[in-house]
Design a protein around this ligand. Structure first.
Ligand SMILES: Nc1ncnc2c1ncn2[C@@H]1O[C@H](COP(=O)(O)OP(=O)(O)OP(=O)(O)O)[C@@H](O)[C@H]1O
Length: 257
């Protein structure tokens, strides 16, 4: 079998007395959409944060392309081509959509005397507008701060930013939570498009319809551990819910690793 893009084993993470992850495993292969599901508090966001460099595990190993990694920051994970859309979006409220989109990657154009160093605001605004419009998100003004946008527009900016920059994998934590029906469909189409371009997607979602519609595989977390893995084409929504709640015996479509 091909070397996984990301393989996490035995991940532990506590916050004070709360054991968020208690030996969690996770696998992501090149070019697939994996839904990471589980009840509230199962540890999904914590695992995504660890795999995208935002948090550090207390114990366990993470490999990318079969090589051990220990991301010290989200920037390091981005350097490895891994982007994230966080549940709390992590946009800078005071900055414009374009400034958020290009944060840390600003486009420059030649300034006076041909020196490089002037922000190319027009190009950044154009690129941001185009990326958002591909998602069906229209921004009336490119100069207002992100705090003035609607929840759906903010989500659109965050999703567009992540998929634009991701080279290997993109983690999406509830990317459709603030979206209406039409925008949700566009995000699901976008996820398929990202996968078809060869970039893997991890979709964290409580919406089982979205999970069934767009994922290739499902990994289920419960109480900080992976308790089941399924191929989406071979599982029912009832089985997924059973695995999340513990009503169903632990099941692993791939056996133990
Ligand atoms: N920064 C933190 N400080 C303290 N406890 C935390 C922190 N982050 C997460 N936790 C706790 O860790 C556990 C797992 O949380 P996590 O957000 O990873 O779960 P989740 O599966 O993403 O849940 P949800 O579906 O509700 O978003 C929860 O009990 C949560 O309260």
């Amino acid at each position: 079998m091909a070397v996984p893009l990301i393989a996490a084993r035995g991940i532990m993470k506590s916050y004070g007395h709360v054991e968020a992850l208690r030996g969690a495993d996770f696998t992501l292969r090149p070019g697939e959409v994996v839904a990471l599901i589980g009840d509230n508090g199962a540890g999904k966001s914590t695992l995504a944060k660890i795999l995208s460099g935002v948090e550090r595990p207390d114990a366990g190993t993470v490999e990318v392309d079969g090589e051990p990694v220990a991301f010290g920051s989200a920037e390091e994970a981005r350097g490895a081509g891994i982007e994230t859309v966080y549940q709390d979006l992590a946009l800078c409220a005071d900055l414009s959509p374009a400034a958020n989109f290009f944060l840390g990657r600003e486009l420059l154009r030649p300034g006076l005397l041909g020196l490089l160093g002037v922000l190319d605001n027009a190009a950044m605004r154009r690129a941001t507008r185009e990326a958002c419009e591909r998602l069906g998100v229209r921004l009336a003004s490119q100069t207002v701060p992100v705090s003035a946008l609607s929840g759906g527009q903010r989500q659109g900016v965050a999703v567009a930013r992540a998929v634009t920059w991701a080279r290997r994998a993109v983690f999406m934590d509830e990317p459709t939570a603030a979206l209406g029906v039409v925008q949700t469909q566009r995000v699901l189409d976008l996820i398929r498009g990202v996968r078809d371009s060869g970039v893997s997607v991890v979709l964290i979602s409580h919406n089982m319809q979205d999970v069934m519609a767009v994922s290739d595989r499902v990994e289920v977390l419960r109480l900080g551990r992976r308790v089941a893995r399924f191929e989406t084409a071979r599982v029912s929504m009832e089985e997924l819910v059973g695995a999340m709640t513990g009503a169903l015996e632990a099941r692993d479509s791939e056996g133990t690793e």
